[in-house]
Design a protein around this ligand. Structure first.
Ligand code: AMP
Ligand code: MG
Length: 372
């Protein structure tokens, strides 16, 4: 409990995050190759093209934030509803000033502590900007979501390209992509020679869950989407109470929250309770099922399945909450590849990063949770 609390409050420093992303990118590009790829991708952005790029959270599908037809194409390629806004990706605080109107002092405390990093700030938009910027070109929005990613490939690309609007690079509704191979599963045409979407590789995402989204338009920070920067860490640096988003609200706070999300093809159910009861319940469900069944466990529960049912595929999410965050979306995609008909997943302890992991798992399960 104390360890959970300390982890929730302290988390990983910006330097640690950066070093991990550098190590991941080094497996793909030398410095010279990275620079060349970034310059090429930025040219495509200036020509009105789309670019897939890695970040420490998930891969993004980006367009020039001020090019209406390119941004409209991001929505159509993904099949994304027009009322779900995009995140504007930046590399310096001057760009934040160009986009955000009169941000409160606590916003700068958050920037100092957590940028570059997995934190999106939703600010009032500068009146001088086009009404649609930050969302779909057919809509207008008074706020903009802004983030500075902690990934060397993203940084190199964005420094050349300028402000890039990007959602996650998956088909709408699918689990977010944490490796380039996941992006190619959803957009196979990228691999064809005639493709006009350019892709940058950065290795596996080191965080693997989307950024925490904080509304900074009020007197207090308000969480719109949970991520690895927890409410405790927001309050620690702002010295303000952080307002949370109630679970399962009828009216969603952030536009993206109302849609089916992160869902594998198989119907997923979360099972919550003590490890032994959860294991017994999942075994029974698997044995009674006519389908091949996917079972998603934590490391500590793996030992409860010495003789898994013959129709079961077991994947282990991880031994600690950072590993679980990193592996969740990849596990859901793996179950799709294995062709399982149903997934039973052990619920995760909802403290620290566990809050964000359970948020994604609940959505992937479309709210199906059984307490045993
Ligand atoms: P994605 O990168 O696919 O996770 O999508 C970006 C997410 O950022 C959206 O679904 C919203 O949750 C959030 N977001 C971006 N801009 C805004 C905004 N202006 N107001 C509220 N939420 C936003
Ligand atoms: Mg997304």
């Amino acid at each position: 409990m104390i360890i959970d609390f300390l982890d929730a409050v302290l988390g990983e420093s910006t330097y640690e995050l950066w070093d991990k992303a550098v190590a991941s990118a080094k497996g793909v590009y030398s410095n010279a190759q990275m620079k060349k790829a970034a310059v090429h991708a930025a040219e495509r952005i200036r020509e009105g093209g789309l670019v897939v790029f890695p970040t420490e959270t998930v891969y993004g599908l980006g367009a020039d934030a001020f090019n209406a037809s390119a941004v409209a194409r991001v929505y159509s390629e993904k099949g994304r509803p027009g009322d779900n806004p995009l995140i504007l990706h930046i590399t310096n605080t001057e760009q934040f000033e160009e986009l955000a109107n009169n941000p409160p002092p606590y916003a700068y405390e958050l920037i100092k502590a957590y940028w570059p990093g997995p934190l999106t700030l939703v600010a009032n938009k500068k009146f001088t900007l086009p009404a649609w910027v930050g969302g779909h070109p057919d809509k207008s929005t008074s706020t903009v979501g802004i983030r500075m990613p902690a990934h060397p490939v993203a940084m190199a690309f964005l420094k050349e390209a300028g402000i890039v609007a990007a959602p996650s690079a998956n088909k709408s509704g699918k689990p977010s992509p944490t490796a380039l191979s996941h992006v190619l599963e959803d957009f196979p045409k990228i691999e064809s020679e005639s493709s006009d979407i350019t892709a940058l590789d950065g290795g596996s995402a080191t965080i693997g869950l989307e950024s925490t989204v904080i509304d900074i338009t009020g007197d207090h920070p308000k969480i719109l989407r949970h991520g690895t920067i927890t409410a405790e860490r927001i309050s620690l640096v702002t010295k303000l109470p952080t307002h949370d988003t109630p679970k399962n609200v009828a009216v969603p706070q952030a536009p993206g929250m109302k849609y089916k999300h992160y869902a594998p093809r198989a119907e997923m159910t979360l099972i919550s309770g003590n490890a032994i009861d959860v294991a017994a319940y999942i075994s029974k469900c698997a044995e009674e099922s006519d389908h091949r069944v996917g079972i998603l466990l934590q490391e500590k529960t793996r030992g409860c399945f010495p003789y898994p049912p013959s129709n079961a595929e077991i994947l282990v999410l991880g031994g600690d909450d950072k590993a679980m965050a990193r592996n969740l979306f990849a596990c859901l995609r793996k179950f799709d590849q294995m062709g399982v008909g149903k997934i039973y997943a052990e619920a995760v302890n909802e403290s620290g990063i566990g809050v964000a992991i359970m948020d994604r798992m609940r959505k992937a399960a479309e709210g199906r949770v059984i307490d045993v």
